[in-house]
Design a protein around this ligand. Structure first.
Ligand code: HEC
Ligand code: HEC
Length: 458
């Protein structure tokens, strides 16, 4: 039998633990008993990017999303706390909490897919999101990411208000730096969102986002980075489901408002049908919401959650299977970039990119992002790229665009898209270096006075 500790040691040890806990070393508030708080931050419905951009960046200490600016430009912004005034919606919110816990767990015990919905559990297994991995991801997240991204992934962690650009709100399912091609789902439908491939998330974590406060976590090693990526998907799906239900209760678009005005007593059913239709049509393009509802005793958030989670996970799986095809580099790899390629890329840039990247990005106007936050189209003369500086990273950006910023993919034409794509990349890679630009391009970008000789040498 092991010898019991002398009492003095126990007293000392417990005193030490108490000090640890009260001084925060024990991370009391982020321990395994932690539960996700309900959403209180506004839901921005950026269905169309407003014509008029934001007046500036929000000042330090203020939230990254200014509701006033958005509303003044015709964007709908929903306030989750107003749900308490909708009598029938309390049932939905209680059910959402229940389903969220069942499918996503809590920070101490995250999962994807309740054990009694084997189909969802199988999809999360296909994404490699097992409970051990998610638990490791959550533990690391609570240690390394919450200060910026917040416990729920709302991007409102303690440090967030003083960072520009603001840490990402991970709850909407939107990501910027993705290498998945545009594709249809096996049922023929477009994904609800442009999903990242898991390796895109791992790369963001490994490299960080240059020019922002998002650091590189490369030293953690591959396993922990994959666990973190899995947990990011967990948080993201959880947040997206929550946002979809809140939107279902509160959205005031024309179609819903007209239907409700005609039949106010049926508001709950009208709104439920609207939500369900997208998830139903994805399973079966012929499905009829009215027929389906006729068989359902009453709107069921449990059923909606299962269908929505199923769809999200299938979209992440499909993104993984559809990488952007990268055509072979059409020039000789051991020779300098041919001037004709840079000239051709410059022409494409002038035709397609200057609307946003005015004066090559040196005089870009601010724009809203899908989250309602503010972004400046990159100054492309600076050689600073959030999503990576390798030619392949730049290729991905132009081949897919940056969906949450409404940056469209480049139009590379039908005749020689591979050449056009690499010409654009070659132009962008040379742009920050006047000495690498052919004379005629340099004169247009940096002015006639900057002769080749006065450019900095490589
Ligand atoms: C110091 C603050 C900070 C910390 C710590 C931090 N991030 Fe970030 N993160 C950011 C910022 C800022 C952005 C958004 C940059 C932008 O959109 O311009 C971001 C963006 C992201 C994105 C979005 C990438 C995309 O493609 O859109 C992911 C995913 C992410 N962070 C995950 C994490 C994870 C996981 C951790 C912890 C391991 C973490 N971050 C730690 C600040 C931080
Ligand atoms: C509708 C506006 C818009 C158009 C058009 C547009 N962009 Fe962008 N672009 C943006 C915004 C906004 C950002 C900044 C994203 C950020 O910082 O998170 C950006 C960023 C970039 C970046 C930097 C990516 C990084 O990793 O930081 C590159 C490269 C780029 N754009 C290239 C292009 C090219 C090439 C074209 C034309 C084929 C183009 N853009 C057209 C809005 C646009």
């Amino acid at each position: 039998m092991p010898k019991p500790f002398p009492t003095t040691v126990l007293v000392l040890a417990s005193g030490f633990l108490l000090i640890m806990a009260s001084s925060g070393c024990g991370r009391v508030e982020l321990n395994d008993e932690l539960e996700y708080p309900d959403r209180t931050s506004p839901v921005v419905l950026m269905e169309k990017h407003p014509d008029q951009g934001p007046p500036g960046f929000p000042p330090p200490g203020k939230p990254p999303v200014s509701v006033d600016w958005l509303v003044a430009r015709g964007v709908s912004v929903l306030d989750p706390s107003s749900i308490t005034t909708v009598a029938w919606a309390s049932g939905w919110m209680a059910a959402l909490k229940e389903e969220s816990g069942r499918h996503f767990g809590n920070p101490g015990k995250p999962r994807v897919g309740a054990t009694d919905t084997p189909s969802i559990a199988a999809l999360s297994a296909e994404l490699g999101m097992d409970e051990t991995k998610l638990a490791e991801g959550s533990r690391l997240y609570r240690r390394l990411c919450v200060q910026c991204h917040g416990v729920t992934g709302d991007g409102l962690g303690a440090a967030s208000l003083w960072l520009s650009p603001a840490p990402r709100d991970l709850r909407t399912g939107d990501f910027k730096f993705i290498s998945a091609a545009e594709h249809k789902l096996p049922t023929g439908f477009q994904p609800l969102k442009a999903r990242p491939r898991t390796e895109d998330l791992v790369k963001t974590l490994r490299v960080g986002l240059e020019g922002t406060s998002m650091p590189s976590f490369a030293l953690l090693g591959d396993g922990p980075l994959e666990s973190l990526a899995a947990y990011v998907i967990n948080l993201s799906c959880r947040g997206e489901l929550e946002q979809a239900v809140i939107t279902g209760v509160l959205r005031q678009d024309k179609e819903t408002s007209q239907a409700v005005a005609k039949n106010p007593a049926q508001e709950e059913v009208i709104r439920y049908k609207r939500m369900l239709s997208t998830t139903l049509e994805w399973e079966d393009p012929e499905a009829d919401v009215d027929d389906f509802m006729a068989k359902l005793p009453s709107p069921s958030i449990k059923l909606y959650a299962e269908k929505y989670i199923d769809r999200m996970l299938r979209e992440y799986i499909a993104a993984n299977k559809n990488p952007i095809p990268v055509p072979a580099y059409p020039y000789s790899e051991d020779k300098p970039i041919p001037p004709a390629s840079i000239i051709a890329g410059h022409a494409l840039f002038k035709a397609q990119c200057v609307n946003c990247h005015a004066d090559y990005g040196r005089q870009s106007d601010l724009r809203f992002e899908v989250w309602g936050s503010v972004v400046r189209p990159a100054n492309l003369t600076l050689s600073r790229y959030k999503g990576g500086r390798r030619p392949i990273d730049i290729y991905y950006r132009i081949a897919r665009g940056i969906p949450p910023c409404a940056m469209p993919k480049a139009n590379l034409g039908d005749s020689a898209p591979a050449k056009a794509g690499w010409d654009l990349v070659n132009f962008l890679m040379a742009l920050p270096h006047p000495e690498h630009l052919p004379d005629e391009v340099r004169a247009q970008v940096y002015g006639g006075s900057l002769s080749k000789k006065s450019g900095t040498t490589p």
